[in-house]
Ligand binder design. Structure first.
Ligand code: UD1
Ligand code: UDP
Length: 364
């Protein structure tokens, strides 16, 4: 019997692994799939709610590492995970995405001689000031299976000299989760609960350190969101990093009453909120992809994106970090100047099935 251990830690990881956990059930006679939660994200609204809504099994292991500096967090995950891997001796470790949990798990497993599969391999922002870019590069270097979501990922890996035999263009498991929950997303009543008119409100999220760890940048963002809230109702579910910084920088007093700030929302409510929004403004990776799939206009407040397909074929507008540009693009979109989009290749809800099949058919 094959033993596979998937390691998750942060909100987007749960969403990317849920369809894989389900796909492995088909092979339950041949494979035991274990789940390890590093505890990187730990609030109920950043973790447990996703396990419930995505109907994921309880993690078999929880390392309970919590927050800390990059070195502290990564090191704690490595130390605790090593014990689990010694005990369980899996044949394969699966890591999704680009967070510190991804990097830590890939390093520990590969050094123990355990093959590593990276789900969402090959994405590159070419900006090493982003912690995620370092996590992606290092994870890909030590991985044996590189499961890619979009063409750019294959080109990047080939340019870096990765052997073609390790690269698999399979589609996007984050979109698998969205696709599997589409009916629940459409019928969700979050807009009623919040008193919103469908197609006539904006959703915003910010959590990138470059945007929210700097007082001036965060103040400008809150100011601009406040201005846009004068045009349309604007809902802003606040990530824990952003919440901490709003407090630390004393920005609460600057927030206009028209801005609807909420706790992080559950998966289904959040997707439904995006589904019926006129515009989404974000610096999130996953949200660029989900809005592309849903055909919702998205403004990405970053200088670059590791997900170029969302710009090339999707409804994503990469505008940089100038707030004048954000405001101008938002006003254009509210005036009806929108970008048409289509769904990228293989974002069809079947990526996890392809991944499971490739892993199960692989002969050591
Ligand atoms: C992490 C990822 C980022 C990803 C994001 C998804 C890294 C380097 N960053 O960023 O790539 O886009 O997750 O949301 O891995 N906190 C809480 N409660 C929680 C979770 C976090 O209070 O449930 C606090 C932490 O204690 C810390 C801060 O929020 O002070 C940041 O958490 P951390 O996991 O280090 O990074 P994120 O900003 O969440
Ligand atoms: N998300 C959510 N509730 C929220 C904000 C985001 O469920 O309040 C979901 C969102 O739909 C996407 C994922 O969380 O699936 C993205 O996570 P995040 O933006 O934190 O991380 P990133 O993708 O930037 O790494």
């Amino acid at each position: 019997m094959k033993k596979i251990l998937s390691v998750v830690g942060a909100r987007p990881n749960f969403i990317k692994i849920a369809p894989l956990a389900k796909a492995f059930k088909k092979y339950r006679k041949e494979v035991k799939h274990l789940l390890c939660h590093t505890g990187q994200h730990f609030d109920k609204r950043m973790s447990e709610i996703f396990f419930d809504e995505l109907k994921m099994p309880e993690p078999d292991f929880n390392l309970g590492v919590g927050g800390g500096s990059h070195a502290e967090q990564t090191a704690r995950i490595m130390l605790e995970l090593e014990k689990v891997l010694h005990q369980e001796k899996p044949h394969l470790v699966i890591v999704p995405g680009d967070v510190n949990s991804t990097l830590a798990a890939a390093l520990v497993a590969s050094k123990m001689g355990i093959p590593v599969a990276h789900v969402e391999a090959g994405l590159r922002s070419f900006d090493k000031t982003m912690p995620e870019e370092i996590n992606r590069i290092v994870t890909d270097v030590v991985s044996d299976f590189l499961f890619v979501t979009e063409h750019s990922g294959m080109h990047n890996l080939r340019d870096e000299g990765v052997d073609d035999s390790k690269i698999f263009f399979v589609g996007n498991t984050m979109i698998d989760s969205l696709d599997a929950n589409w009916d629940a997303v459409e019928s969700n009543t979050v807009t009623d609960r919040m008193g919103l008119t469908k197609g006539k409100y904006i959703v915003a999220t910010f959590h990138r350190p470059t945007n929210v760890d700097d007082r001036e940048n965060l103040a400008e963002i809150m100011d601009t969101m406040g201005k846009l809230a004068g045009e349309r109702k604007l809902v802003f579910p606040v990530h824990p990093r952003t919440r901490k910084n709003i407090r630390a920088f004393g920005l609460e007093k600057k927030i206009p009453g028209s801005l609807i700030l909420t706790e992080p929302l559950g998966y289904l409510e959040f997707l439904s909120l995006m589904r019926y929004a006129e515009l989404v403004i974000t610096d999130s990776g996953g949200i660029q992809e989900e809005t592309t799939y849903m055909g919702v206009q998205c403004i990405t407040v970053r200088k670059n994106t590791e997900r170029p397909v969302t710009i090339d074929v999707g409804t994503n507008h990469l505008v940089g970090v100038s707030m004048e540009k954000v405001e101008k693009t938002a006003m254009d979109i509210l005036d009806g100047i929108t970008k048409p989009g289509r769904i990228p290749e293989l974002w069809d809800g079947k990526a996890a099935k392809r991944i499971a099949e490739i892993i199960m058919q692989h002969k050591e």
